[in-house]
Ligand binder design. Structure first.
Ligand SMILES: Nc1ncnc2c1ncn2[C@@H]1O[C@H](COP(=O)(O)OP(=O)(O)OP(=O)(O)O)[C@@H](O)[C@H]1O
Ligand SMILES: [Mg+2]
Length: 260
């Protein structure tokens, strides 16, 4: 499917639990361009996952409006335009990598042959064609997460939502996954919305980083990352990369800014 953008206006989210109201997001506006890579960066509990679900039409906000392309968020979900990758890959243990990658598409469309073909193509894209017949327990954490990305890609969504997809991986695997994801993004031109705690991950991957603050969650700064693509290990050394990282660090750790 062609990549589309997301526009959210006046989004608010209030949870009511056991008589308590908790306003998690308040009057939040965001515009995400088609085919862009956008990160949501902020402290734990500031509402990143909540915002991601709202942007993807998976959760209905208490107030405000979300448009995905020229559709309502609900229609986009109904038309299966949203791909989801979470921190844990949640693979079916009795299915091979290939069957797992085909699974959601098969459920949605019931076309076994086309689903397996889409799974093969997606596994190729995530660099796992060689492991297509392995079972989940035979895969490393990074490989399992690649399968979960392939599962989302096999649906050919217009938008890929990723919630700390590499948060459970070791640093070396994480770096490799980031390079792969950058290549996948370049190859597919999908619109990707990516939640992370990691400043360097956000700068490495993104066109735009939206920094969120907590209580209530708002976007306090949106930074366009003007570091040339394709980005590689060498990008980390560029003075502008360091400058963006420092600027983001100041937003996330204001006490360090005061101390400096
Ligand atoms: N379904 C829910 N019902 C009640 N409260 C919720 C619900 N989902 C989230 N919250 C609350 O909303 C706040 C933000 O949660 P959210 O998961 O969006 O944060 P986050 O920024 O993704 O955090 P983390 O970085 O730890 O994943 C938290 O205070 C959480 O307790
Ligand atoms: Mg979260």
């Amino acid at each position: 499917m062609a990549a589309v953008g997301i526009t959210a206006r006046g989004v608010a989210m209030t949870f009511r639990t056991r008589g308590q109201t908790n306003t998690v997001l308040e009057s939040l506006d965001i515009r995400i361009a088609p085919s862009s890579f956008v990160s949501l960066l902020g402290p734990s509990g500031c509402g990143k996952s909540t915002l991601l679900k709202i942007l993807g039409g998976i959760m209905k906000p208490s107030a405000g409006e979300v448009r995905i392309g020229d559709e309502s968020a609900q229609d986009a979900v109904r038309n299966r335009e949203i791909g989801l990758v979470l921190q844990r890959p949640a693979l079916l243990p009795w299915k091979t990598a290939r069957q797992n990658a085909a699974h959601l598409r098969m459920l949605a469309k019931g076309d076994k042959k086309a689903s397996l073909a889409a799974a093969d193509e997606a596994l190729e894209l995530v660099g796992l064609a060689h492991a297509a017949d392995k079972l989940p327990h035979e895969l490393s954490g990074g490989m399992a997460q690649r399968v979960s990305i392939a599962r989302a890609l096999a649906m050919d969504p217009s938008i890929l939502l990723m919630d700390e997809p590499f948060g459970a991986l070791d640093a070396i695997t994480r770096d490799a996954m980031n390079e792969s994801l950058a290549q996948i993004w370049a190859a597919t031109g999908k619109t990707i919305v990516f939640v992370t705690h990691s400043i360097s991950e956000a700068v490495f991957l993104s066109d735009v980083v939206h920094v969120m603050s907590a209580n209530p969650g708002r976007i306090v700064e949106s930074i366009e990352v003007d570091v040339p693509f394709p980005r590689t290990e060498a990008s980390f050394e560029l003075p502008e990369f360091v400058a963006y990282s420092n600027r983001l660090r100041e937003w996330l750790h204001p006490s360090e800014r005061k101390a400096a």
